[in-house]
Design a protein around this ligand. Structure first.
Ligand code: ADP
Ligand code: MN
Length: 256
């Protein structure tokens, strides 16, 4: 970790007046050499000026807040590359890694990179169809730079945490089911992981995020995923007292 920290300091990434030491340490620890290289190149190209604190740490990815020289804000989603790979390679002197295993990792990595690329295509389709979602600014390997949904370093709350009135929730329910229909009819996509966790509430509107599980309509399980999305959305609003459609009604509203 000393080496990692040392080289990070050189790149200036993680430096920010507004970030305290603990935050910065978290950012530094989370970044592997390849990620730092990608971020460093972006920094040099002026994509952003500072990577600040971490907005979210997840199983598959971490999301960071970044700022540009003009003060505008960005979100950077860094997908986790195989942590396992790095650990074992560090131990290369004590263990021999079966060739087959290395091949499997390499293939998995390729599959993942393709998925991140698809993600940006999907987000583009949402954007083109007028669905509110963070626009993609740049994808380089497993690092996705996108529009920040929020203000002054504060990310918009997830729908789950937004604490909305019943009236506002009713509006949101309508807005969401219309967006689900547009997603299906215009974008020809099913989100596949739609729930109060992957929807942000900002300035009175819903923003759909995290399309990493999304599939085209020709995917053999697309309608199963849609059915699950309907379940999750209905459950959330029903739990909060909104009179929701039945699942078959909602499903038909989206696909018909
Ligand atoms: P995960 O794969 O970890 O579920 P998400 O894409 O859902 O990743 O992002 C995790 C969290 O990071 C979100 O719940 C949200 O709080 C925050 N986040 C993600 N993208 C943005 C964004 N563009 N603007 C602001 N916050 C974001
Ligand atoms: Mn998510």
């Amino acid at each position: 970790t000393t080496a990692i920290r040392g080289s990070l300091r050189e790149t200036e990434i993680g430096r920010s007046r507004n970030t305290d030491k603990a935050d910065r340490a978290t950012v530094e620890q989370a970044l592997d050499p390849r990620t730092r290289m990608v971020l460093f190149r972006m920094l040099n190209r002026g994509v952003f000026n500072d990577v600040n604190g971490c907005i979210s740490t997840g199983k598959e990815a971490n999301v960071y807040h970044a700022t540009k020289s003009d003060g505008s804000e960005l979100a950077i989603k860094v997908y986790k590359t195989s942590v396992l790979e790095i650990t074992v390679l560090d131990m290369a002197t004590v263990v021999t890694i079966p060739r087959k295993m290395v091949k499997t990792w390499a293939e998995k990595e390729q599959r993942n990179l393709k998925r991140y690329w698809l993600y940006t295509c999907f987000i583009g389709r949402l954007h083109a169809a007028g669905i509110r979602c963070p626009a993609v600014i740049l994808l380089r390997l497993h690092v996705l730079v996108m529009e920040f949904i929020g203000r002054d370093g504060w990310a918009a709350p997830r729908l789950k945490d937004a604490a909305l009135s019943l009236d506002k929730l009713r509006e949101c329910y309508l807005e969401l089911i219309i967006q689900m229909r547009v997603l299906y009819q215009k974008c020809k996509l099913v989100h596949g992981d739609l729930s109060e966790y992957n929807i942000l509430y900002f300035e009175g509107h819903l923003y759909i995020i995290d399309v990493s599980q999304s599939v085209d309509l020709d995917h053999p399980l697309a309608l199963n995923f849609l059915r699950e999305d309907c379940d999750h959305v209905s459950d959330f609003f029903k739990k909060h007292g909104v009179a929701v459609m039945t699942i078959p009604e909602l499903f038909d509203f989206i696909v018909d």
